[in-house]
Structure formats: structure tokens, C-alpha cells
Design a binder for this molecule. Structure first.
Ligand SMILES: C[S@@+](CC[C@H](N)C(=O)[O-])C[C@H]1O[C@@H](n2cnc3c(N)ncnc32)[C@H](O)[C@@H]1O
Length: 341
């Protein structure tokens, strides 16, 4: 039986906890940083089976987890904290030798942890480098995770795939490109990674609720032809792009010939049930098997009901491949669907 640190988007930990409680018989959960981080004990289920099950069908709200291998009392004293970090790192000598290791240090808001994340990482890194590990930031064989809570320092070491994300706490970061049109673009970039759905394999996209044009600009950069629908203006930087057509209308007023698009994306700020109706009507303009990436707004604060109802409604015309609350989602989740043949 292992205890894990689980992380969700701010305010959504109770839902991640509920998902785990329902999915894993005999499991127990308790909050750490309110709304965001929690402890989760696997109950009777074998750990390998548990992780396989979570990877197979990822919970919507659980962003990241790592196994707790050691716990130490945490104070603001630098010497004893550095000691706890080094002592745990020393136990890893055999596992890290000759391997690529990332060290990820996070602290909860208000934790007495007396170092920055980088300083904390350096204490661990020094010890495991001496043990023969190669320190890397990405594409590690193993990740050493440190989470500093209010009274306790939690440490563990695991394969990136078992953490559900190889980013610290699942906080995916993209470099802020010059001229980025909107932060919303990060949602699409994250969805591309999370769903392993390279956007450049599509050719003709419909973007519903496209303004100011963050998603559209990502699709254009990937070489797609884009039909952007939004009554609002697109960013002037996109004007006159040869691969872009902007239809400045409400998405409920448009229609297209059958099988026009092999990708539909929708980030409309609208009631999720109306959005579902509209997207389902436009499904005929997609080729059979075409993909859809759709943000589902969780407006009614009952996410499980909303998701169940929307899954049923979308399920009439689409195969639902994944629903995940991405790091860049706020009061919403992102869904990947394929149009049924
Ligand atoms: C969050 S913004 C989209 C941001 C966009 N994905 C980006 O990357 O820049 C939501 C957009 O949905 C549009 N919208 C809301 N209801 C709509 C509708 N019925 N038809 C078309 N667009 C709509 C709004 O005008 C707004 O521009």
C-alpha cells in the first residue's frame, strides 16, 4: 500500500479526490493544500495495477501524482531541511546510477520551506550526481519529487509516466513566444501534447469562437487551412493570412458542405449545452473520423453531472476519446472527440 501526493487545478482537488475514491476501492484521501494538493492512499490495490489503471483511463481532474517514499518534519531551519533532502537523496544511489534524473521541488503556499525550489533542487541534485546520475530537466528516466507542505516534507521517486505528467505538479509551461495572440493558445498546445494529437496531421480546420485568434494562429503555424468563426474581431496580425477565412458571425448562423473539415476546435465562451447542440449540428461538416477539440465550460459547479450529461449528448455523434482538465484550463475541461463514421 502506497500513499501518493495528488495535485489538481486550484479549487478542483475535491473532484480529483472524489474520482479516486470512486475508482479505487478501499482508497483514502485527505487534503493538504486546500483545493489543490492532497494525500491519497491506494487501499488494497496493487501499485502497479493502480498506476496502469490511472494511465489507461486518466481521471479528469487529477493532474499529477507521485509516491511518498519518505516524510520528514519540516521547519524553517535551513540546516535540518537541507539534511532531510540530502538524506533522502542518499537512499536513491542504486536507483539513479547511470540514469537520467529530473528533480522537481514544489512548496505549498505558506510552507516554512526555507529555500527556493531551485535551491532545494540543488541539495538533491548534488547527492544524486555524485551517485552517478545525469541531471536533466526533461525526458528523464526517473523524477525525484519533493513537496514541502506546512509541517511535512514529502519525497518520492518515480517514472514520469506514473506521475501522469512529467512537469512539476503537472504544471505544463510553454515558452511565451513573441507575438503570441492570446494565452488561450496554450490550451490548444497543451491539448496537443496531452492527447498526443499532432495538429500538423490535419489539413482543414474549423475554429468556433476563434477571437482573438490564439488557437487559429497555432493551427495556421502548423500549416492548416483555417475557417475561424466569431462575431468578434481577430487580431490584426492574422488579417490577410492566405490560409485563413474569418466568418464574422455567430456560430449558430453558419453551415458548411458535408465532410469539409478534418478538425473542429471550439473554445466558445457559451453555455456548454448550447455549445454541444451547435457543435453536434456542425458535425456533418466534418469528415468521418475527424477530430474535435472542445473546451467544456463547467458553469454550474456540479462538474460530474455536467460532464455526464455532456458526454451523453456529445456521444450521439462523436466517440469521446479523452476528457481532461488541462493545467491551462480554468473553470473548464478539454475534450477530444472523433466524429463517428
Ligand atoms: C475564450 S474566447 C476564445 C479564445 C480563442 N480560442 C483564442 O485562442 O484566442 C471565446 C470566444 O467565443 C466567442 N463566442 C461566444 N459565443 C459564440 C457564438 N455563439 N458563436 C461564435 N463565437 C462565439 C466570443 O466572441 C469569444 O471571442
Amino acid at each position: 500500500m502506497t500513499t501518493y501526493i495528488g495535485t489538481a487545478n486550484p479549487g478542483f482537488a475535491p473532484y480529483a479526490m472524489e474520482e479516486l475514491r470512486k475508482r479505487i476501492p478501499g482508497s483514502a484521501v485527505s487534503g493538504l493544500a486546500p483545493g489543490e494538493t492532497f494525500r491519497f492512499t491506494s487501499g488494497g490495490m496493487d501499485d502497479a495495477a493502480l498506476l496502469k489503471e490511472l494511465r489507461r483511463d486518466e481521471p479528469v481532474f487529477l493532474r499529477h501524482l507521485f509516491p511518498i517514499e519518505a516524510e520528514a518534519q519540516l521547519t524553517s531551519d535551513p540546516a535540518s531541511t537541507a539534511d532531510s533532502l540530502r538524506r533522502y537523496a542518499e537512499t536513491l544511489a542504486d536507483r539513479v546510477k547511470g540514469r537520467k534524473i529530473a528533480v522537481q521541488v514544489r512548496k505549498s503556499h505558506g510552507s516554512p520551506f526555507p529555500f527556493t525550489s531551485v535551491e532545494g533542487r540543488d541539495f538533491v541534485a548534488e547527492v544524486i550526481r555524485e551517485a552517478g546520475a545525469e541531471l536533466v530537466a526533461r525526458e528523464a528516466d526517473l523524477i525525484v519529487s519533493v513537496y514541502a507542505a506546512h509541517k511535512t516534507l514529502y519525497t518520492g521517486c518515480s517514472a514520469p509516466k506514473d506521475n501522469l505528467s512529467d512537469w512539476p505538479g503537472g504544471a505544463v509551461r510553454f515558452r511565451r513566444e513573441e507575438g503570441l495572440i492570446s494565452r488561450a493558445a496554450f490550451k490548444l498546445l497543451e491539448a496537443e501534447q496531452a492527447f498526443r494529437l499532432p495538429l500538423d496531421k490535419f489539413t482543414n480546420a474549423l475554429d468556433l469562437g476563434a477571437a482573438p485568434g490564439g488557437w487559429t494562429s497555432v493551427l495556421l503555424e502548423r500549416g492548416l487551412k483555417v475557417t475561424a468563426v466569431d462575431p468578434a474581431q481577430l487580431d490584426p496580425a492574422l488579417e490577410d493570412h492566405p490560409m485563413l477565412r474569418h466568418i464574422q458571425k455567430n456560430a449558430s448562423e453558419i453551415s458548411f458542405s458535408p465532410g469539409t473539415f478534418d478538425l473542429l476546435v471550439c473554445d466558445m465562451s457559451w453555455d456548454p449545452y448550447n455549445t454541444c447542440r451547435l457543435v453536434s449540428e456542425l458535425a456533418s461538416s466534418m469528415t468521418a473520423g475527424a477530430s474535435g477539440i472542445i473546451t467544456l465550460k463547467l458553469m454550474y459547479r456540479k462538474p460530474f453531472n455536467t460532464l455526464q450529461e455532456l458526454s451523453r449528448a456529445y456521444g450521439e455523434v462523436f466517440d469521446i476519446r479523452r476528457i481532461k482538465q488541462l493545467f491551462h484550463n480554468r473553470e473548464e475541461v478539454t475534450m477530444w472527440v472523433r466524429r463517428k463514421p
